[in-house]
Design a protein around this ligand. Structure first.
Ligand SMILES: [Cu+2]
Length: 113
């Protein structure tokens, strides 16, 4: 009995793997549209200005794919002011930006290595 169950389970797996690649990819795309962009990547940037009191940082940044934004220099709001303690003007950084109800927020920033 157990052997038969195992065989059936493996057969189901094999069928799943054998599905046409296009159909599988399509399902993956649809799924990603319904969920938060957890796969968003860190963006390269350079610190131009820091306003710790206001919790804002001006970054010259590269393309931000998850925000559909080309490279530019702009002001971001730091999610946590403490994030601004780890960087200084002129630093090359990697940062994570999200659109919080129209406000561009930096949720993570670190020195680029
Ligand atoms: Cu921008």
């Amino acid at each position: 009995m157990n052997a038969i169950k195992k065989f059936l389970a493996l057969s189901v797996l094999a069928v799943g793997v054998a599905l046409p690649g296009a159909g599988f990819a399509q399902a993956t795309v649809d799924h990603s549209k319904m969920t938060m962009p957890k796969t968003a990547a860190m963006t390269d940037g350079e610190v131009r200005k820091i306003d710790k009191d206001a919790g804002k940082i001006t970054l010259k940044h590269g393309e931000i794919k998850q925000l559909d934004m080309p490279a530019m220099t702009m002001v971001f709001t730091a999610k946590d002011k403490a994030l601004l303690d780890g960087v200084k003007i002129g630093d090359k950084v990697k940062f994570m930006a999200v659109n919080d109800n129209g406000m561009m927020v930096v949720t993570d920033i670190q020195q680029a290595k």
